[in-house]
Design a protein around this ligand. Sequence first.
Ligand SMILES: [Zn+2]
Length: 324
Amino acid sequence: MKRNEDLIVGIDCGGTNMKMAVIASTGEILSAKIAPIRYDQSPEKVIQKMAQNLKDFLKGSKFKKVRGVGIGIAGDTDQTQGIIRFSPNLNWKNVPFQRIFSHWIEIPVLVDNDANCAAWGAYILDAKKDCRNLICLTLGTGIGGGLILNSKLYRGATGSAGEIGHMTIQYQGHPCACGSFGCAESFIGSGGLIRSAEEGLKKGLAPVLQKLVGRSPKTTIEPKLLSLAAEKGDPYCQQLWKDAGEQLGVVLANCVNIFNPERIVLCGGVSKAGNLILEPALHTLGRRAFAIPAQTVKVTISQYDEKLGVVGAGLLFLEESHHY
Ligand SMILES: [Zn+2]
């Protein structure tokens, strides 16, 4: 029987739901639940609902008392004050998350950027702490980044470090939600990939994808469908993944030249394209980064995609719990 004071909760807040899990200090998930969450209300209401979801989850589990909770959420976060300073995806500015959350449920809280949490999760689950420098990239609607440097999560001067998705890869490129232009996210985030796919469909260049989409406008075009079309021989989708892989490779090469990590772990929906994106990415990485760091780094797609964020959030709380 695990002692309750050793247990923590990890929460991963996504765009449409929140994943919650009671976690042992080893990273083992003891109980988990997913609850829907909507962001179309005021941040106060949204956070109150999140706290209520956590209360309901703990009430329904056999773990009534936990040591604290780590929460990962998209945005630029001030972890010391528990404030979400800026979240372009949620349209939040200076939201005192920790204060509101703690008002509804009295429990020590760490709030951090979701990609930082995923990076800590990847460091423990994928890398088993068997390296000192690891970069994690979450490839989804947005692209998040987290840096583990010298075995510690690196946050930078204001807690904002690791915004790898907003690395400019084309300085005159598309405007991005962050206010900049030509960010990696606007190309290889799922929104960018879907935009390219729709252009191909409009021009009649993607026959296999067209067949998969059918005549129903209701079929949602998502990265999974683009992978399927490429595997079935659609030339446009094959090229789309090759381009995305090369763009990802540019990002990886920049990261390798700057940080010289032992590991880069990729996760998120877009990473499920597997070799369609990984092969051209590795090829580009090899051509662009300095030779020795490029040969040294091991780039993998996470084995633990679904739980990186939630386990990482909980274990990050534990790692830093002397602050709480
Ligand atoms: Zn950006």
